[in-house]
Design a protein around this ligand. Structure first.
Ligand SMILES: *Cc1c(COP(=O)(O)O)cnc(C)c1O
Length: 391
């Protein structure tokens, strides 16, 4: 058999547009001449070169998330943590100081406590429900403050406007991880955030079948530094993952509305159960930052509910075992409801004293409400709580 030359072929041109975005898995893109390639690299003409540096599916997805957040020029990376890395590792240098919220996502906390110090970057944590505490933590070498507006798993609400004012005064970058809140409830850029990031894995993609992240900033020079870091350190996401996320994103607002309605009902149901001690949901009047939640989140409660029931580990075991319709799995934002138990998962390595200070006991559960029939969902919780009560 004669060997054939594998030349790239051009995709046939069509006057009409594909309604669904095509998947473009190509790792490399062929140019016609060195002149053309030069012009591409220098930005005179638009063209892709190598998938780690950028590809159409990442750009299409990034533009869609940009639009949701009211921003422009964001990039897609391989996970939410890749987005956190692009910010922290891409922008900070030895001698800088970084402040994080004291209830950040577990891996973000770990990056602050374990990884940044190895590179000579100082870090400290502050209670972001109080802007004064953040102001007190700022030092002359503070580069940025990383905030999650709704804390995980305790659903406390950060004083975003107060922190933005402090950051603006001190010339410190304000970075908001908007994964929990989502642009349906909050657009951080409208509240003075300099950099916004997402774990697209969660509500935006929404089907627990892809991990991706997105990060964006208003400042083109800062955006370029993060992009170069992401490309050099291989943080970029794959075309197929981007395509899946784009497909999920198409129904984001509908999924959000449905999950939120059910979450509100579930929170109200839990609040009146005899063996439930505490329910944390932003729109409930018993929420510790209820007024702030109303104004900052525009009355949105979102899909996350946390609660504490009576009893120790055996009650917790009885609850998850009996409410077997609920996936006991440490993620959030999926089409199905998932419940997580921070004491045995995300918070297992945190000291007992710190956990207790945040109210994270054996009876503490975090619920990510999905799209199931609300009555069936509440029946499953009812069954689980009754079993827990009987232990
Ligand atoms: C899940 C999550 C992350 C990390 O995202 P991955 O896609 O899992 O890497 C970061 N921040 C928050 C708030 C999250 O919930």
């Amino acid at each position: 058999m004669k060997p054939t030359l594998q030349r790239p072929v051009a995709i046939p041109v069509s006057q009409s547009t594909a309604v669904a975005t095509p998947i473009m898995p190509s790792v490399v893109y062929a140019s016609q001449t060195p002149d053309e390639l030069d012009a591409q690299y220098s930005g005179e003409i638009q063209g892709y070169t190598y998938a780690r540096e950028g590809h159409p599916n990442a750009d299409v997805l990034a533009r869609r998330i940009d639009a949701l957040e009211g921003m422009a020029g964001g990039i897609i990376v391989g996970s939410g943590m890749a987005a956190v890395s692009a910010v922290l590792m891409g922008l900070c240098e030895s001698g800088d100081h970084v402040i994080g919220g004291n209830q950040l996502y577990g891996r973000s906390l770990r990056m602050l406590s374990e990884d940044l110090p190895r590179y000579g970057i100082e870090t400290s944590l502050a209670d972001t429900t109080d802007a004064q505490k953040v102001a007190e933590a700022i030092k002359p070498n503070t580069k940025l403050v990383l905030v999650e507006v709704v804390s995980n798993p305790t659903i406390r609400i950060a004083d975003l406007d107060g922190i933005a004012e402090v950051c603006a005064q001190k010339g410190v970058l304000l970075v908001v991880d908007n994964t929990f809140t989502t642009p349906a409830a909050l657009k951080p850029v409208e509240h003075g955030a300099d950099i916004v990031l997402h774990s697209v894995t969660k509500l935006l993609a929404g089907h627990a079948d892809v991990t991706l992240g997105w990060v964006c900033t208003k400042d083109p020079a800062v955006m370029e530094r993060m992009t170069i870091y992401a490309v050099t350190h291989g943080l970029t996401g794959s075309p197929f993952d981007c395509w899946l996320a784009e497909r999920g994103l198409a129904t984001f607002e509908l999924r959000y509305e449905r999950a939120e309605k059910t979450a509100q009902r579930l929170a109200d149901f839990l609040a009146v159960q005899p063996n439930v001690k505490m329910v944390a949901y932003p729109t409930r009047p018993d929420h510790p930052e209820s007024a702030r939640a109303q104004s900052l989140l525009r009355g949105k409660g979102a899909n996350m509910v946390s609660f504490e029931m009576e009893g120790g580990r055996s009650a917790a075991n009885a609850f998850t075992k009996t409410a077997s319709e609920l996936a006991f799995a440490p993620t959030l934002g999926d089409v199905g409801t998932t419940i997580s138990h921070p004491n045995s998962s995300s918070h297992r390595n945190i000291s007992e004293a710190e956990r207790v200070a945040n109210g994270i006991t054996e009876g503490f559960f975090r619920v990510s409400v999905g799209l199931e029939d609300p009555d069936a969902l509440i029946a499953a919780f009812d069954k689980g709580l009754k079993a827990a009560k009987d232990t």
